[in-house]
Every structure is written in C-alpha cells, then in structure tokens.
Design a protein around this ligand. Structure first.
Ligand SMILES: [Zn+2]
Length: 367
C-alpha cells in the first residue's frame, strides 16, 4: 500500500494530540504505556498493521483535539447513527468508525481545553438521548504530570485481539467507506474540525436549552468566584443584594437579548454574541477566553463583571461598588463616587455613570 506523506500528516493532525507518549496494544487487547515520541514512522507502522497504537486524548496541558463516543451495546452503531444525524442538524460534523462490538463516533476540534469539549459532547449526547455510551476524553484535566488520562485505539490500525482493522463507515448506510485502506485515508482527508468559536456558540445555546430542563451547564463551565474572606463576606453579600438582578445590572453595559446573550464587552467588536448572562444562576460567561489552568471560561458574578469592566482588582471593585451603592461614606467631592440612591427601585441603574450610550439605551428601553 502506497501511503502518501499527506495522509500521514493528516492522520497525525486529526488523531495525535499528545506526541511524547503513546500506548501499544497487546495481543490480548491491553495497552502498554510507551514513553517515547510519536513519529511519522510509528504512524506508518500503525497504518500498515505492524504495531497498534493508542493515542492519548489529553496533552499535558489538558487540551484535546478530538472527542470520541464509544458505543458498545448491540445497537451501538444505530445509536451512533442517530447521534450523527442529531449532530449534523446542529452543523457539528462527526464520523463513525466501526469497532469490535459497536462503533466510535469522532468529532474534531481546534485544540481546546478538555472541559468545554467534554461538556459540549456530554450535553449533545444527553439531548440526543442515545443509548449507553462512553465519552472520551474521560478527564477534564490531568491533575499531575504522571497522569496520562484516557486513550483511544488509533483508527485504521489492527485491533490486536480481533486480528483485524475496523474502518470508517458511511453514516447513512453504515457500510465501510471504500474497499481499501487508501480510500479510508482519502476519507479522513475530508474530515472537518470544529472551530473554538463554534464550540462557544454551541455551548451558549446548550446552556440555554438545558436550563429549561433544569440543568445548569454554565455553572460547570465558568470560573468560580474568588473565595471571600470572612470580614468581607457580609459586605459582598450586601453589595450583591443591592445589585439585585444580574441581568438588569449587566444590561446597563451590554445590550442583552431576552436569553441573556449579547456582544462581549471585553472583546469588542464581537460580531457573534459570545457573552451570556444566566439570570437565575446569577453569573455571566465570556466564551472567548478559557483559563488554561482550570479549563473554565472566564466569567463570574456581578462583582467580577464590574471588576473586569473597570480594570480593577477584586478589592478595588468591591470598594467602588460599595461606594456607588451608597454603602460607605462617599469620598470627598470630585473623587467620582456617587451619592447614595433613594431606596426602592434599582439603585445601580441610576447610579451607574459608566454605561455606554447604547447600553443606556437598552436599560432605558427595558425600564
Ligand atoms: Zn469576550
């Protein structure tokens, strides 16, 4: 078989995310961790059936570039076919590979933190209501350098226990794509990857959809608020209580639609609404930025929103908000602090002198 360089490169680009280790499948189907680099030669040996490699899902920075749904039940392939159709309707390209007992459905990404990828895939699987499946990567993060996480048998390799290779299938007919390995390699060259912006957009939609089903997906994706030290706890609770509805508060600065979506104030110009407020949950999410350490999107409560908007540290934001909300003696005239608003109504709406003209318009329209 004449494997071309472009095939090998494409294969590597799709399936091999972690390059410093791989796993070798033994005759009994077990995997042995190999602490040696993944080379083009190794990939060719895998594709020629001389060795069977497993590729680790997560790199040491807990990012990934694919997710795989493993369906082992008797109806596994039919389940994956339904999932494929469900994903297609949402413009998520996916690819079905046969396996010994059922199949695997693959989705490819621009390298991205595993947490959002897993939440996205988990939510889609949940909504598609497919039978028992297993999702890879299995971990959100590698918690220590010794951990290697989960792996998948490299597609197009020989399953050592079964003694044969399983290829990609036509999703409509579940028949093997082409008759030889070369057609399989040509097929993977057509695979599409989901850009990070599309992942964000899908997550924002799903956050909305699952909220109606009583699941708070956003909470699992967003940064947690910084721990509050006891002497500040009461003050922060008081600020939040005076701010009241986070949707109204942020609505002063961001033109939010009825779902709480709007252009991100931190990454202008934002043509896709990549910013979302969860009114019931009392938090916001900016889908532009993932914290590389935690794999969570930037976001938080009303105070964190104000802090970022004003470029302050947490203490500074708390102090300024307390002043604006009339909770502390105002600074001397000219310092910019505003007077205490009259009781009742929405104090922040009136006290905010920071809203942009368009945001003020929104606040006025909704008021
Ligand atoms: Zn943003």
């Amino acid at each position: 078989m004449n494997i071309e360089r472009q095939h090998v490169q494409r294969y590597e680009d799709l399936f091999v995310h972690r390059h410093d280790i791989w796993a070798q499948q033994t005759r009994s189907g077990q995997y042995i961790l190999r602490r040696e680099p993944v080379t083009e030669r190794l990939i060719v040996a895998h594709l020629r059936g001389r060795v069977t490699c497993g590729w680790y899902a997560l790199d040491s920075d807990s990012t990934c570039r694919w997710a795989a749904v493993d369906a082992d039940s008797r109806t596994g392939l039919q389940d994956l076919q339904r999932l494929w159709a469900f994903l297609k309707a949402r413009e998520v390209p996916s690819y079905i590979e046969g396996s010994r007992r059922g199949g695997h459905l693959w989705v490819f990404f621009e390298p991205l933190a595993a947490r959002p990828v897993r939440r996205l895939m988990g939510a889609l699987v949940e909504l598609a209501e497919v039978g028992p499946v297993e999702l890879f990567p299995k971990q959100d993060r590698l918690t220590s350098p010794e951990r290697v996480g989960s792996l998948m048998r490299g597609p197009l390799g020989v399953h050592q226990e079964a003694g044969r290779a399983f290829g990609f299938l036509e999703p409509e007919t579940l028949r093997l794509v082409g008759l030889d390995s070369l057609s399989q390699l040509d097929y993977i060259c057509s695979f599409e990857r989901l850009p990070a912006a599309r992942v964000a957009e899908l997550l924002a939609d799903l956050m909305d959809e699952l909220r109606r089903k009583g699941r708070d997906l956003g909470r699992e994706l967003v940064e947690r608020p910084p721990p509050t030290s006891p002497p500040n706890g009461g003050l922060i609770a008081e600020i939040k209580s005076r701010i009241g509805d986070i949707y109204d508060f942020i609505g002063q600065y961001v033109p939010l639609d009825e779902r709480g979506r709007g252009p991100c104030p931190f990454h202008p110009p934002d043509r896709h609404p990549s910013f979302a407020v969860n009114r019931e949950g009392g938090y916001w999410v900016d889908f532009h930025e993932v914290n590389s350490r935690t794999g969570r999107y930037v976001g938080g409560d009303a105070i964190e929103f104000y802090r970022r908007l004003r470029g302050l540290d947490h203490r500074g934001a708390v102090r300024e908000l307390a002043e604006r909300l009339g909770m502390r003696p105002a600074r001397p005239p000219g310092s910019g602090a505003l007077r205490s608003p009259a009781c009742g109504g929405s104090p922040t709406r009136r006290s905010s002198g920071l809203a942009s003209p368009s945001a003020r318009q929104t606040a006025a329209d909704s008021g």
